[in-house]
Design a protein around this ligand. Structure first.
Ligand code: PLP
Length: 387
C-alpha cells in the first residue's frame, strides 16, 4: 500500500528517517564511547525496537510497564547476544514493582534517599551479585531554559532529583552512579554548562561513581546540533573520571520520523475564517500541541495569511479549544483532502487518548522501499476496555 491509500487518521513512522537519526546517534556512540538509550516515554513503537537495537545501547523506562516492554521487545527477543541494557527511573516505586524491576533491569535510579532505603532489602542482593547497578537522581538546580517551565526539572520546588544540600557526604553503600535530566529540546551548550556546574558542585561524588547518566532533552539529531562538542565532552568525562557516560534521549531518536495523516471531513464558515473539521484532534492525538503548546509543522502550508487560502485546523471533538492552529495554502481545501502533520512520532502515540470516544489513529510504518504496512489498528474495544 502507498501512503496516499492508507486509512486516516494514522500515524505513519518513517523508517528511513528513523534509521538516519539512529546513524547519527551511533556515530556519537562510536566516536565518544557514550552509551545511548532510547527514552521510551517519547517513543514506544516496539515494532521498531529491532531496528533501534541495531544501533543503540538499550532503553530506559519511566516505570515498570515501559521496562517490561523493553525487556520483552528489545532485550529478550532481539539480539539477546548483544546484551542491551534496560534502565529505569521513577520518582517512587511500589514494593512489588521493585522485585520485578530487579529481575529485568540493569540500572535502577532512585529519586530520593528515602526511596533508596525503602527498597534496599530488595535491590541490595542484586547489586551485590553484579546483576543490577543502582544510582541516584540529583537535581543540579541549574535551569537552562525559561520557555517551558513544566518541562524544567530544575524549576523552583521541583520534586525531581536530590539537591546538593540533601545529599550525604559520601554516597550510600551500593550506589554506583548519578543521574540528572534537566534539558528539553536543547542543543549541546546547555548540556555543557549544566555538566560544568555539576562537576564543580557535586565534585566529591565523581571519585565514588562508576557511571553518570546525563538524561535526555538533547536534540542531537536536529540539524545544526554541535555533535563534535558532545563527542568531546563525553570523552572528557570518561577519560578524566574513568566512568561510563549514558545519554537517554527520547525525541532525538524519532525526531521528524513520523507523520499524522488526516482527512478534511467538513468545512465550517465562521466570522473569522473557515474552519477545517479534521478526522484527527489536538486534544486526543497530539496533546503536546495544547500542552507545550506548539504549532505542528504541516506539509505544503505556511503561516496564516501568507498564502491565498487561510484556514483554522480543528477537530470533530466537542472541545471548543481543540484547535491545531491557523495555516494557509496555495489551493482551496475541499472535503476529502488529506493533510500531513510532520514530526509526529514523538510524544504522540504514547500520549494519545479517546476523549469524546474519538477513535485512535492507526499506527503505520512507511518502509524504506516506499510501502506502508499497518502495525496497529484500533477500534471500539480499545475505547471500552479502558473504562
Ligand atoms: C528522566 C528522563 N530521561 C529522558 C527523557 C527524554 O527526554 P527527551 O524526549 O526530551 O529527549 C525524559 C523526558 O522527560 C526524562 O524525564
Amino acid at each position: 500500500m502507498r501512503i496516499e491509500d492508507i486509512k486516516t487518521p494514522a500515524y505513519v513512522i518513517d523508517e528511513k528517517k528513523l534509521r538516519e537519526n539512529l546513524e547519527i546517534l551511533k556515530k556519537v556512540q562510536d566516536e565518544s564511547g557514550a552509551r545511548i538509550l532510547l527514552a521510551q516515554k517519547a517513543y514506544s513503537i516496539y515494532q521498531t525496537y529491532p531496528l533501534i537495537a541495531e544501533y543503540l545501547f538499550g532503553a530506559t523506562a519511566s516505570g515498570l510497564y515501559e521496562a517490561k516492554l523493553a525487556h520483552e521487545e528489545m532485550h529478550s527477543k532481539t539480539y539477546p547476544e548483544k546484551k542491551l541494557e534496560n534502565h529505569v527511573f521513577e520518582p517512587a516505586f511500589e514494593e512489588e514493582e521493585m522485585a520485578e524491576l530487579c529481575d529485568i533491569c540493569d540500572h535502577i535510579v532512585f529519586n530520593s534517599l528515602n526511596q533508596l532505603e525503602t527498597h534496599r532489602k530488595i535491590w541490595e542482593p542484586f547489586v551485590e551479585s553484579g546483576k543490577v547497578s543502582v544510582g541516584l537522581r540529583i537535581n543540579p538546580e541549574f535551569s537552562t531554559q525559561e520557555e517551558h517551565e513544566i518541562y524544567d526539572p530544575c524549576s523552583s520546588g521541583s520534586r525531581l532529583g536530590i539537591r546538593l544540600v540533601d545529599m550525604p557526604e559520601t554516597l550510600p553503600e551500593g550506589v554506583e552512579g548519578i543521574h540528572f535530566h534537566t534539558l528539553c529540546e536543547q542543543g549541546f551548550e546547555p548540556l555543557e554548562d549544566t555538566f560544568r556546574d555539576v562537576e564543580k558542585r557535586f565534585a566529591s561524588y565523581f571519585s565514588q561513581i562508576k557511571w553518570i547518566n546525563l538524561g535526555g532533552g538533547h536534540h542531537i539529531t536536529r540539524e545544526g546540533y554541535n555533535i563534535e562538542g558532545l563527542i568531546s565532552l563525553v570523552k572528557y568525562i570518561r577519560e578524566k573520571y574513568s566512568i561510563s557516560v549514558y545519554l537517554e534521549p527520547g525525541e532525538a531518536i524519532a525526531l521528524d520520523a513520523g507523520y499524522l495523516v488526516t482527512t478534511v471531513m467538513d468545512i465550517v464558515e465562521t466570522e473569522r475564517m473557515p474552519v477545517l473539521i479534521l478526522d484527527t484532534s489536538a486534544a486526543c492525538h497530539m496533546p503536546d500541541v495544547l500542552e507545550m503548546p506548539y504549532r505542528p509543522p504541516l506539509r505544503d502550508s505556511e503561516e496564516a495569511g501568507e498564502m491565498k487560502y487561510t484556514y483554522r485546523l480543528s477537530s470533530r471533538t466537542c472541545l471548543a479549544g481543540d484547535i491545531i492552529g491557523d495555516y494557509s495554502f496555495s489551493e482551496e481545501k475541499k472535503i476529502g483532502d488529506r493533510l500531513y502533520f510532520e514530526d509526529m512520532a514523538i510524544y504522540s502515540m504514547v500520549k494519545n487518548n479517546t476523549f469524546n470516544g474519538m477513535p485512535l489513529p492507526d499506527i503505520d510504518i512507511l518502509h524504506e522501499d516506499g510501502e506502508v504496512e499497518i502495525l496497529k489498528r484500533f477500534g471500539y474495544e480499545n475505547f471500552k476496555t479502558r473504562l
